[in-house]
Design a protein around this ligand. Structure first.
Ligand code: GDP
Length: 426
């Protein structure tokens, strides 16, 4: 049985906690896209962790964690994350790395920073993890697969060929220090030694696991609105954030994905630039930011303050549809308990017309939010474990969202801890 866990919004929906819960009941957890540019926050018996590259199953002894072929694979980062969790008392996780995963090179990180610097005020707000240069190279066919590390002769030839190109850019476009191909080869040999114990044909491994009836979890990063095709292009990430891509990024058949659990946040937040119709500002935003998440809404990777907004039903219905959600987990609902009234964005006004359909970016720029205001519940809901025990206005808020997005909300998260979850029947 293959399940996917993905986000419907701009990322930071609280996927980490839900993934951690589902990972416990899984045999295999697979990262299928992205790299170390975003983070999950997980709180468990070992402590509080911000994972960026490792799949969330690493805390369980019974799970195998896979870095799929779709990932931007930063090898020293993986080693650092493993060393880090082991140092905090977590048993050595079982990790497999796809021999087809491509390597995030040191120069990808440099180029990311140089390009942001060159763009100045017009930058994309990159996390400078090298993700955009990595995927550009992958599709320009000058990327390096993990398997290539083990073929010294081909590796050397390719390193020289690629470095020649990169150095032209470094010299003439960015005016930065050049790459020494021999130094790079040395680094890549170190990478080879770091990754060797984990490398295998993970697609074949997963195919066998599916036949054996194993439970497999595909772990997505970021959310629908950061997808390069369906998100707020160009303020998106460079790999698909959609469950459909899970099949490709893990190397399994698309029809094997039976359940697509899509995480939706009870209000909106976004990191970095880009269209955000229901964004709020000033004291109203500061208050929500301060109370949001677990100790405030600040990026797990970058520490940047997140932009805040009211729940956007237009964007979320679209986000849920693009994921092909079979069920929804609604998170951080507890945070809203301080509000007398809670606006929900139910439509976009564009050129005098109201639409409920999420438009392309050029139109999105002109969209103004149309709000419906619901009464707050003015109560602490943390600690409540049954749906019927939630205050009436809180249930009304959940059911209003459920109706707007058209997918059953089967889980409601009312606190950062794993136990703080309320199940509802489909
Ligand atoms: P991800 O990128 O989707 O995994 O999002 P993160 O897990 O990084 O961000 C969510 C933040 O909200 C983290 O600090 C979580 O601990 C916290 N969080 C998750 N679920 C809840 C919840 O239901 N209530 C509260 N108050 N915090 C939550």
């Amino acid at each position: 049985m293959v399940r996917a866990i993905v986000g419907a919004n701009w990322g930071d929906e609280g996927k980490g906690k839900i993934t951690d819960m589902l990972a416990e009941k899984s045999d295999i957890i697979v990262r299928f896209q992205g790299g170390s540019n975003a983070g999950h926050t997980i709180i468990n018996d070992y402590g509080k962790f911000a994972l960026h590259l490792l799949p969330s199953g690493v805390f369980y002894d019974h799970t195998t964690c896979i870095i799929g072929n779709g990932v931007a694979f930063n090898i020293p980062y993986l080693k650092r994350e493993i060393d880090d969790i082991v140092a905090k008392g977590v048993p050595m996780p079982h990790i497999l790395v796809s021999d087809r995963a491509q390597i995030l090179m040191p120069y990808h990180i440099d180029f990311d920073a140089y390009e942001e610097e060159r763009l100045g005020g017009k930058s994309f707000g990159s996390t400078k993890s090298g993700i955009a240069p990595f995927y550009s190279d992958k599709y320009a066919k000058i990327g390096f697969q993990v398997s290539e590390l083990f073929d010294e002769e081909t590796l050397k030839e390719k390193v020289y060929r690629v470095v020649e190109m990169k150095n032209v850019m470094l010299e003439h476009m960015y005016h930065k220090p050049l790459i020494d191909p021999e130094e790079l080869l040395k680094t890549l040999r170190e990478y080879r030694d770091m990754v060797e114990p984990y490398v295998c044909d993970t697609s074949l491994y997963l195919s066998n696991a599916i036949k054996e009836g194993k439970t497999i979890l595909l772990e997505g990063q970021l959310g629908s609105l950061k997808d390069p095709d369906f998100g707020i292009y160009p303020m998106v990430t460079s790999s698909s954030t959609l469950a459909a891509y899970g099949a490709i990024g893990a190397g399994i058949a698309p029809y094997e994905i039976k359940d697509i659990i899509t995480v939706v946040k009870a209000y909106s937040s976004a990191v970095g630039a880009g269209e955000f119709v229901s964004e709020i500002f000033g004291d109203e935003a500061d208050e929500l930011r301060k109370r949001g998440g677990d100790g405030g809404e600040y990026g797990a990777t970058t520490g940047r303050p997140r932009r805040m907004g009211w729940f956007d039903a237009v964007a979320t219905r679209y986000g849920v549809r693009m994921q092909g959600a079979t069920e929804v987990a609604l998170t951080v609902l507890d945070v809203l308990g301080y509000l007398d009234e809670i606006p929900i964005c139910v439509g976009y006004e564009i050129d005098g017309e109201v639409t409920k359909d999420f438009p392309v970016t050029t139109k999105l720029k002109k969209a103004k939010p149309v709000y419906e205001v619901l009464p707050g519940w003015k109560e602490e809901i943390r600690g409540i474990t049954e749906y019927d025990k939630l205050p009436e206005n809180c249930r009304k808020y959940i059911e209003f969202i459920e109706k707007e997005i058209g997918v059953p909300i089967t889980m409601v998260s009312n606190g950062p801890k794993r136990s703080e979850i309320i199940y509802r029947n489909k």
